[in-house]
Structures are given as structure tokens and as C-alpha cells.
Design a protein around this ligand. Sequence first.
Ligand code: S3P
Length: 427
Amino acid sequence: MNIEGRNITLNGEIYAPGDKSISHRAIMLGSISEGITTIDNFLFSDDCMHTINIFKEMGIEIQVNNKQIQINGVGLYGLKKPDKKLYVGNSGTTIRIASGILAGQNFSSTIEGDSSIKKRPMERIIKPLSIMGANIASKNGNPPLTINPSKSLHSIEYFQKIASAQVKSAIMFLALYTKGETKIVQPSQSRNHTERMMKYFGIDIKEEKNTIIINSDTKAKGKDVFIPGDISSISFFLVGALILKNSHIIIRNVGYNETRIGIIDILIKMGANIKIFNKSKKNNEEIVDIEVRASKLNGVEIKGDIIPKLIDEIPIIAVACACAKGKSLIKDASELKVKESNRISAMVNNLSNMGVNIVETSDGMIIEGRDRLMANKIKSYDDHRITMSMIIAALKAKGMTNIDEISSIGTSYPDFLNTLNKLINYK
Ligand code: S3P
């Protein structure tokens, strides 16, 4: 794809697409709850369709009427043995969280994905789930995973080494198949959508600081779920509007969960003109509208407990830093190396090719901001968040940028380019 960066501004009003993390969880929890679950504003992206498909493979009736999803939940023990291997495509969230459910079944299953998934580390779920009694075989810690019925499952107290919502959620789902209380202690808080949704479905969950306690004696009952907009997906427009002169946009219906809004805190710290308004709450998740105006940004330091609250936004935050005044430092983010691509080296290579003085470190990067980026040939690394970040960077670049491949965008935001085109104006 070729993108010419000439005097572009972003202007107008858009609706945020449904949140990916919450969409996955609504399908999974709806499937193993008792009774009907409906889902509005579901994200119909490649990743979320894989979650729908694997539960259909296990006999769940999932219907789409007029964009609303209806699931006939079968309870914890109603899933059927799939006829074939469960295929998750590129979706790390699906393979990791669904493994917690599969480990509780009395049938065997194999779960696998595309070439990127085959390289993603699974030891982090295999370890805690095995301590709970799960029977999981992997290929040297990577997918495919073959999950056989357990002889006996039991609750645990688990201290997570890395703050990971996928690992925490896998444990929480398997906890529903045990007796008693499971306790998870997090090193710092990762996104808490599973906790919030399980509570909404009637499961007894307590949260104390970074500790979660699930009482498995309670059952989940189907519910009506509204999926808030995805702050990760709209972060590309947030940064685009900030760095492109004279931009002014309003984004409606954005999920504003405190464990997801690290990017807002950081951008405001950098000097961004961002207003949050129209606050409301649906099924335990906060929703807001956001207004953004082009702003002069300054360099910033990003490290420590805020990292899990903006982990998926670091590629686009790196673009903001590349256009800010002065130096920025991002550290404590080595998890980025094991996402859909190694997002540290992907961003360092791409931004450096666009003329930015940027250095890769063992757990992050150091970025020297500049006024204008330089167009060049850049790579998507088949990673949706790298691709969308670099499309925004290209709008700020002088000349014609070429991105080798853009199809990965469908993973999380199939409508990204249409929405971007609606906002683009030429001065
Ligand atoms: C997710 C958790 C995060 C995030 C991923 C989605 C989730 O991963 O990066 O895009 O939906 O639980 P980790 O759990 O590996 O931190």
C-alpha cells in the first residue's frame, strides 16, 4: 500500500469498534453459562470470528441477527468433543483463554493456529493450569496444544510472575471447573474484563488490590452484554489527530476501563489536548466519548506499573514519541517481544527507516522526536498493530511511504481504513 503524507488533517466524528478482549470473553463465558446470552456491538474481526468458530465446533449454537449475537449457553459441562482440531488463526487471546475451558472438559481436543501463533509462548498457561491438574501437551512450549481430560482438578493459589490478562483469565476459567476458592496474585494489574464479566454473569469474585479470589460454587447465568468500543483500536486516531496539524476529532462509545487507559494518562502527560465526556457504565464497564485536538507533544518516560495498562498501544505511542519534542524512554516492556511480532524491533526498524533517531534496548526503546518523518519502504511484520501504527506515521511523513502488506489489519479492526478515510482532509 502507498500512502502520501501531504498536508493531512483528521477531522470529524467516529464510533469506536467493539472491544476485542471483551468480545472474546463474551463468546466464551456465554457458551459455558446457563441460558441465553445476547451480545451487541460485537467486534466481527478475524480474531473474534475464530473464537466464535471454535465454540461452534464444540456444539454451541451462535446466531447473528441484525449484527446482534445470540448464544444458547450449555453450562460448564455441555460442550461437545470437536470433530477436528480447533483453529484460532492469529489469536493469542483465543488459544490462551480457551485452553482454560478445554482443560476442564471430559474430552480431548487439540488447539492450534497460524505461523505466528506457533511461535507464541504457552508455558505461561501450561504451568498454572497443570498445577490445577490439567493435562496439556505442547510442542516445546508452543502450539499446537493437545488437552486431555484431567484425573482431578483443584483450586490453587497462584502468584503470577508476569502481569498477563490472558494467563489470569485461563486460570479463572479453569477455576470454574474446580471446588473451592482459587486465588491469583498479580505483580501489577492487567486488564480486568474477565473479572468484571464473570461478576456480571453472577460468579462470586472478589478483588483486593492485585489479588483475585474466585469461588467456584457459583454458576454463570446468560446475560445481555453490550461491548464497549476498543480503546486500543481508536488509539491510532488519537495519536493521528494529535500529531497532524489542525486536526480535531470526536470518538464516541470508547471503553474507559481503568486497566486500559494508560495511553490517555501518557498522552496527557506529553501535553495532549484530550477531553473525556459523556461518561456512562454498561455491564460493569465504563464508556466515554473522547475529543482530541492537534497538540504540541513533549517526550516522556513510560515504565513500571503503567506498562500492562498500555501494552498494546506502545507501537502507536512510539509514533507519538517520534513526533514529540525531546527524548522519550520506554522500559519494562519486554513482553512486547512475544506479541504477534517482536514489536520493539519492528517499531525501531520502521521508525529508524523513517529518519527517527531511535535505539532498541533490552526491554523497550529510546526515541528522539523530530518535526517531520521521512517516507520510506516499511514493513508490517504481519502484525495488525504495527501496520496501523505505521499507516498513521506515514500520514506525518514527507513523500510516499510504501507498506509491504496490510491484510493483518483484519485481525482487530477490519473497518480501520474506511474510518481513517472518513477522517482525512487535505489542507
Ligand atoms: C489480552 C491481554 C494482553 C494483550 C492482548 C489481549 C486479553 O496480553 O496484549 O492483546 O484480551 O486478555 P497478555 O495477557 O499476554 O498481556
